[in-house]
Design a binder for this molecule. Sequence first.
Ligand code: ZN
Ligand code: ZN
Length: 356
Amino acid sequence: MMDNYKKIINLLQKLTLDAMLISNGNNIRYISGFAGATGYLYISGNRHTLVTDFRYTIQAEHEAEGYEIITIGSGGYEEVLNDLIRTDKPMRLGFEAEDMLYSTYQNLKDKLAVEELVPIGNEITQLRRIKTAKELEYIKKAEKIGDQVFTEILDFIKPGMTELEIAAQIEFLLKMRGAEGLSFSSIVASGLNSSMPHAVPSRKRIEAGDFVTMDFGCVYEGYCSDMTRTIVIGKASERQREIYRVVLEAQTQALSFIKAGYRGSEVDRVARDIIYKAGFEGCFGHGLGHSVGLEVHENPRLNMSDESILLPGMIETVEPGIYIKGYGGVRIEDLVAVTEDGCENFTHSKKELIEL
Ligand code: ZN
Ligand code: ZN
């Protein structure tokens, strides 16, 4: 974790700051290892200090190896931060403008004995774009748990069950297989509901002839996974087969195209062209994919407007879909690590159309 501390020291120099006050929980975790819900990380050339409250002191001591841990007292964060600033004397103190509440900022500005509070943008989040070998390993493990659960859920699903029951079972199994949490609330969308990309599981019962889209992910050592499969209950109709075939073709082509050096928008275009040319223009209204890490939606994205150049070690989902109002929809999502000459696919669940 001290490697990431060095990245922050470099950033201080780049931004001509004397110190940085980091408030974004995922950034605090990325830099220090501390996964608790509240705290500040203060970093300067002289100090690397994690300030938290009593509920997290023991956890912080375990997780934030090499960091000075200070527990706030009755004077709250203000008192501890002021003590830090008085002894360390930073002239220019950076804070995360995209994370800090305006009210907190105002309070700090009024009460902290600092010369200049300097807003910083997404510079720390940017550091998280390229994953280390360890991070890739955690994401791979999380996705592997998802693959296992997908196999198991196929044996569980029966007509007459509700979407909520299936979602609950997915989430139960994810934790039984070692996940410490969910990347997001699992999506189980059947029949007409599958035409909504982010449908919320409901009391609707699964029936013969339904498409069932299951989109879920779990957390392993802080890192998220994300995958989607769509199946048909009973025998698929010709139209269902055709829609599925186009989505799978779009995904297959995008997966074989993606590699370091291309822009996110270029990969998106490969899948989008296939879907539009097959006559489904207007039925794929979201981007092709997103990065994943400590958060389930990270940058860079694979969409029409993201011009970021993909680099080895970046994670992307590849998730084309076709959604038809009043009919239903299909999405297929894999999670890949971008490499120099292609990608490594972390998702291994079968993609031929499954008829249950
Ligand atoms: Zn997903
Ligand atoms: Zn996704």
